[in-house]
Design a protein around this ligand. Structure first.
Ligand code: P6P
Length: 315
């Protein structure tokens, strides 16, 4: 087996950039350990305050953010941190070339029912400012805390999967992921159907119509309610993930955050041959307006995303 550190050493990238991925992997391994025992140690439940999104922070949101911050502070090549759990960007030190944008514990509302959650991260050149297009990302990845802890990373050209071993090292378990177009799985919160626009409604109706409908194949709907879990399934066996604009989210620009959810996931999906869009434009082309900006997110197999765009193109 190849360890993450051996694999990183063999990548044609700046070793300092590789060290940022290693830092986020080490933070994820520590978070995985905390999550595994949280019901025993009593670290579940609310932290008693809200984040910039106005969402009640769970104790583990804050703990995970602190773990990431602690690891980042020990990497001299990281100078800036943007986190869902912090209102403002944090200057770690002046010299480091890299900035990390992270959702330290995405999907944490699932923790109480022991469903997969994750840590999402994006790596950018700190000298180019906080609000860079997703296409400027130098690396992206996530840890999925499920039956196994998976670490999925890209430097933009391919998407690679590692699995956390009992000794705390990540072992290479899959290389060169390709988002399959043959899957008939779509992920969307169908309880919001009454809020959808015509494009979302039209695309989903084609899926529901199954083999005899315009899509010409049978579909299954999967919605975990944890972006990392849904995206990991799509990377591993195809499909499409949708959190589109609807009549409720339109006022905020969307539900999911651009810098530390949509952009890193879009880079991972596109590096695996998939596509990412807001419905009208490529996610990685968006120029952010703020570090906590929300956007519509539609990403997954190229064929499915293209069909969704066709519905948006109908006006
Ligand atoms: P809903 C989790 O809170 C999250 O940010 C994503 O991980 C997930 O995909 C989405 O929200 C779930 O949203 O509306 O189904 O609760």
């Amino acid at each position: 087996m190849t360890t993450l550190s051996d694999w990183l050493a063999a990548q044609p990238v700046d070793p300092k950039l590789a060290s940022v991925v290693a830092t986020m992997a080490a933070a994820s391994a520590e978070i995985a350990e905390v999550l595994r025992r949280a019901p025993i140690t009593g670290q579940t439940g609310l932290a008693g305050h809200t984040n910039v999104q106005g969402e009640a922070q769970k104790a583990l949101d804050v703990i995970s953010n602190d773990i990431v911050l602690n690891h980042i502070r020990h990497n001299p090549d990281i100078s800036l941190l943007v986190s869902e759990e912090l209102d403002e960007a944090v200057h770690i030190q002046n010299q480091g070339r890299f900035m990390v944008a992270t959702d330290p514990l995405d999907g944490s509302s699932n923790l109480d029912v022991n469903v997969t959650v994750g840590t999402i991260f994006s790596v950018l050149d700190a000298s180019k400012g906080l609000l860079q297009r997703g296409s400027s990302q130098l690396a992206a990845g996530y840890a999925a805390y499920g039956p196994a802890t998976s670490l999925v990373v890209t430097f933009g050209q391919s998407t690679t999967v590692f699995t956390l071993d009992a000794d705390g090292t990540f072992q290479l378990t899959q290389e060169g992921l390709q988002v399959s177009s043959s899957s008939g799985e779509y992920a969307i919160n169908t309880a919001r159907e009454r809020l959808w626009d015509a494009a979302t409604r039209g695309y989903v109706a084609e899926n529901v119509a199954g083999e005899t409908g315009p899509a010409g194949k049978r579909y299954n709907m999967r919605w975990v309610g944890s972006m990392v879990a849904d995206i990991h399934r799509i990377l591993m066996r195809g499909g499409i993930f949708m959190y589109p604009l609807d009549s409720e989210t339109v006022s905020k620009g969307g539900r999911l955050r651009l810098l530390y959810e949509a952009n890193p996931m879009a880079l991972l999906i596109e590096a695996a041959g998939g596509r990412s869009t807001t419905g009208r434009e490529r996610i990685l082309d968006l120029v952010p307006t703020g570090i906590h900006q929300r956007v519509p997110v539609i990403l997954g197999s190229a064929e499915e995303v293209t069909r969704v765009e066709g519905w948006y193109g109908r006006g």
